[in-house]
Design a protein around this ligand. Structure first.
Ligand SMILES: O=P(O)(O)OC[C@H]1O[C@H](OP(=O)(O)OP(=O)(O)O)[C@H](O)[C@@H]1O
Ligand SMILES: Nc1nc2[nH]cnc2c(=O)[nH]1
Length: 176
């Protein structure tokens, strides 16, 4: 059990399970993007760990960029997704892979969809380490999913509770 600010969290997803999920996503990306020179776009802050792990495993030429989006305060989505640092690369005609730590309500993806469409990408696919199917009700396809999880607030492996917990190497869920 660990405590972050006022809340207690218990171990939930081990490093081994996280690693297996990353290997699976990476294997598929290596097959699907061979010879295509994709641009990987990590969605900061949360995706820094998973983005690094996936990009390290990509065996072909690729480019890497980041955007910074934010919408969570405490354990809740505000529903108001802000672009904190936008794109600084021309993506016209490019094949993009968005790298996310988690897809929850999908509000962040809806905002990113607008940004990428406006940027004129050829296409984009979404890769996420975690997906909450009970919470995700948007129409944007999420092609590469590491692990589906119940609708519970988690921390670790990039995911925070009010700034803390991103450095944890396994994932914890809020203690019930
Ligand atoms: O599907 P959604 O409900 O939009 O949630 C997903 C987003 O929430 C988290 O980001 P957050 O807004 O907490 O910012 P952070 O990455 O800086 O922690 C996470 O990194 C995703 O980008
Ligand atoms: N830390 C954290 N951030 C999130 N952003 C969207 N869902 C979550 C979650 O379960 N935990």
């Amino acid at each position: 059990m660990i405590k972050l600010h006022d809340l207690e969290f218990e171990p939930y997803i081990s490093e081994k399970e996280i690693n297996q999920a990353i290997e699976e996503i990476s294997g598929k990306l290596n097959e699907d993007y061979k010879g295509k020179m994709p641009v990987f776009i990590g969605v900061l802050n949360g995706s820094f760990m998973v983005a690094s792990e996936i990009i390290k495993r990509f065996d072909h030429d690729c480019e890497v960029s980041f955007v910074k989006m934010g919408s969570y305060v405490g354990t809740q989505s505000t529903g108001n997704v802000k672009t904190l640092v936008g794109l600084n690369q021309n993506l016209k005609g490019r094949q993009v892979v968005l790298l996310e730590d988690i897809v929850d309500t999908g509000n962040t993806l809806v905002e990113l969809d607008k940004i990428l469409t406006e940027a004129g990408v050829e296409d984009y696919k979404v890769a996420t380490l975690f997906l909450k199917p009970e919470a995700y009700k948007k129409n944007i396809p999420v092609k590469y999913v590491g692990l589906e999880i119940p609708n519970k607030f988690i921390v670790g492996f990039g995911l925070d509770y009010d700034g803390l917990g991103r450095n944890l190497t396994q994932v914890y869920k809020r203690k019930e």
